[in-house]
Write a protein that binds this ligand. Sequence first.
Ligand SMILES: [Zn+2]
Length: 300
Amino acid sequence: MTTNNQDLVIGIDVGGTEIKAGFLRGSEIISARRWPTEREKGPAHAVNQVLLAAKEMHREFPEATAIGVVVPGVVNSKAGIAEYSENIGWRDIPFGKLVNEASGLPVGFGHDVRAGGVAESMYGAGKGYKNSFFIPIGTGIAGAMVIDGELFDDPYCGEIGHLDVVSGYMCACGIVGCLESISTGPSIVRIYNEQSDIKLSDSSEVLKAAKGGDALAAKVWQASVDAIAFTLTAYINILAPEIIIVGGGVSKAGRDLLDPIESYFDRRLTFQKRPKLVIAELGDHAGMIGSGIFGLRARG
Ligand SMILES: [Zn+2]
């Protein structure tokens, strides 16, 4: 890795609650800032918050040679357009053009989860592997596919959270049965609370209760993990990754998440090439670091 001033870049990761911005050199975060997204004030306001972050970061760090911005939802990175975000509420925002006008810098624009996958692939748990799958499990579930060393970047790809795992629960997408309806952090908590007198507020508390002998908690955790493992075996059978990198809030469970997935693989994988299964290394910074990579690539 070269480390000269040509590598200095601004990376911006836009979430539903906050905008995380970093002045970066590769995976090194030289300085970080946060802005509220304030999506409750409407999508136009949220767009302005992103442009404000871009402007202020460029003013503060004029040495940056490029800027990257990544957002959730349906993202057309080649056209530089955020087509749709249910979470923030915007449609067809030409961020590539707007951020360029706001900052004067070359802009790399992309999807937040796919940015995280590229960052893990280059600097994190996927370093050295050509075929990886990054799956953050948080308030939603999506995946980033690196195939033969290249990110697959179709606007609609990677929506593994909406595979039918026959959960019996309604998903935010409007149909019953999706992985997201049973295995996200909020889903795990919701399913437990529906059946229990004790009300918990985080998936880590469900896991803690399960480990403390709460049979309902153990059942809910196991069902959630089995659904994740099922979808991963689907991915393994189709794309044969060398490594699967699990991230997001639920991945803080560590071995308590990975071990039952490995047990499922023991039962369901026979002749297949078995991938390594690991926890992500870059944590909450993966999207921001990935946006910086997109920025440098746009600069060329
Ligand atoms: Zn769904």
